[in-house]
Design a binder for this molecule. Structure first.
Ligand SMILES: Cc1ncc(COP(=O)(O)O)c(C=O)c1O
Length: 378
C-alpha cells in the first residue's frame, strides 16, 4: 500500500515509472539457468541502469545473487550498506589513485585494469600485510579497459606480479556479443582462453547479458548480465526472451483541437493537414524522453498507438490523439510511453539509440514505484 505522502507525490508527478522487480527476478532466474554451472552476478552500475540499485540489489539478493558489479567507487560505497555482508561488490573502474584504503573501509573489491592499479593494490596489500582480493581485467580486443596483451605477457613472466593480490577472477569483456555471428566473438574468446590457460587455477568471467546467449564455452565461472535483467533484448535481432521490466506512463496536461495548417511545438516542426486533436503530456527531454524522437515517437492508449507530433520540449510532448475518445485523454489521464506492447528496445530504435541509453536517461522527476510480489506496491 502506498502511504499518504507517496500517494500525494504520485498525484503531483508528471509521469510514473513502474519497475517490475518480479520481472527482474524472473529474468535473473532465466539467465542463471542459461549460464549453467557459472555463477550469475548482477551489474548494477548507473543506479541499476536507472531503475534503482538499492531495490534491484535487494530483490536479486533474495533470489540468491551474491556477486554485484558497479562502475564507480562511489556507487560501491552507496550500495554497500544496502546489501548483506555475504554479497561481494566489485568496482569495474578499479581504484582511482590513492583510494585503495576506501575499498578496504567499505568492503569493496576492485577490478584492476592497468599496471598502475595493480601496483597500487599490491602496495596496499604490502602496507596492510595481508592478501587483498581483486579481479584483473585483460583486454581481449575492445581496447577500452584492462591490461594490454604486452602487459599480460609481462605479468605472466613475473612471479612477483601478484604479490599480495588474491586473484578472484580473470576477466574480459565482449565487444559484439549481441551479434552472435560476428567473428569478433570467437576471436576474443580465443585470446581470453590463451591467457586463461596460463592461469589454470584462476576462475574466469567473460560474458555479459548477450554473452550468456552464446555457446556455453563463453560462460566460464561467473557471468555478468546487466541489460537483460532490465528487459533489454540480449540479441540484436530475433525475439526477446526477457520479461518487460519498465512501464513509463505520462500524464495528460491539456488537450486542444487544431485545424488544417496549424503548427505544433518549437520550430513548428509539425503542421496539421486536417483537423486534429492534440494532447500535451507532462514528459520531456529533461525526463530522458530523447529529443531525437521528435515527430517519431509513439504512445499507447488502451492498445491504440498514437503518434507523437512536433518537437519534444524540455517538459512536454504533444500527441495526436484524434483516434481516441475525448474522455480517454482528459487532463490527468495516463498514456503509456514504455510498456510491454511498446518496449524499451522499440523506443530506442525510434530514438536511433540503444535501450541502455533510454533507461539510463530516465530522469529524477519521474515518480518511481516498484512492483514486488513479496511486498505491496512501494
Ligand atoms: C565490464 C562489463 N561487464 C558487464 C556489463 C554488463 O553488460 P550488459 O548490460 O550488456 O549485460 C558491462 C556493461 O556495460 C560491462 O561494462
Amino acid at each position: 500500500m502506498l502511504d499518504m505522502a507517496s500517494n500525494a507525490r504520485k498525484n503531483r508527478s508528471g509521469a510514473i515509472l513502474t519497475v517490475d522487480l518480479d520481472a527482474i527476478r524472473a529474468n535473473y532466474r532465466l539467465l542463471r539457468t542459461r549460464a549453467g554451472t557459472a555463477a550469475c552476478s548482477a551489474v548494477l552500475k548507473s543506479d541499476a541502469y536507472g531503475l534503482g540499485a538499492a531495490q534491484v540489489a535487494a530483490a536479486l539478493h533474495q533470489e540468491g545473487c551474491r556477486h554485484f558489479f558497479v562502475a564507480h567507487l562511489d556507487e560501491g560505497i552507496t550500495l554497500r550498506p544496502q546489501l548483506a555482508p555475504d554479497a561481494d561488490i566489485f568496482v569495474l573502474h578499479g581504484p582511482p589513485p590513492k583510494t585503495e584504503a576506501e575499498f578496504i573501509a567499505h568492503g569493496l573489491i576492485p577490478v584492476l585494469n592497468s599496471l598502475q592499479q595493480v601496483e597500487g593494490w599490491r602496495g596496499h596489500a604490502k602496507a596492510l600485510q595481508r592478501a587483498l582480493p581483486a579481479i584483473i581485467q585483460v583486454d581481449s580486443g575492445m581496447s577500452r579497459m584492462g591490461l594490454a596483451p604486452l602487459e599480460v605477457d609481462a605479468w605472466l613472466a613475473d612471479p612477483h606480479f601478484l604479490g599480495g593480490i588474491a586473484l578472484r577472477y580473470l576477466m574480459s569483456h565482449l565487444a559484439c556479443a549481441d551479434q552472435p555471428e560476428n567473428p569478433m566473438n570467437a576471436l576474443q574468446l580465443e585470446r581470453f582462453r590463451m591467457i586463461r590457460a596460463r592461469l589454470p587455477h584462476c576462475p574466469a568471467s567473460f560474458a555479459n547479458s548477450s554473452g550468456i546467449f552464446l555457446p556455453s564455452d563463453y560462460h566460464f565461472d561467473l557471468v555478468r548480465p546487466g541489460a537483460a535483467l532490465y528487459g533489454i533484448a540480449p540479441n540484436a535481432s530475433g525475439s526477446n526472451p526477457m520479461q518487460a521490466v519498465v512501464r513509463l506512463q505520462g500524464k495528460v496536461l491539456q488537450t486542444r483541437t487544431i485545424s488544417r495548417g496549424d503548427h505544433v511545438g518549437y520550430s513548428l516542426r509539425y503542421t496539421a493537414s486536417e483537423t486534429r486533436q492534440v494532447a500535451t503530456v507532462s514528459v520531456g527531454y529533461a525526463d530522458g524522453w530523447l529529443r531525437n524522437m521528435s515527430n517519431l515517437g509513439v504512445a499507447i492508449v488502451d492498445g491504440i498507438r498514437v503518434p507523437q507530433i512536433g518537437a519534444i520540449s524540455m517538459d512536454t510532448i504533444t500527441l495526436d490523439v484524434s483516434a481516441l475518445p475525448a474522455e480517454r485523454v482528459a487532463p490527468g489521464s495516463l498514456v503509456d510511453l514504455i510498456c510491454p506492447e511498446h518496449p524499451v528496445d522499440t523506443v530506442a530504435r525510434l530514438a536511433n539509440t540503444i535501450g541502455y541509453e533510454v533507461l539510463t536517461n530516465l530522469g529524477p522527476r519521474l515518480y518511481r514505484e516498484y512492483k514486488d510480489a513479496t511486498r505491496a506496491l512501494s
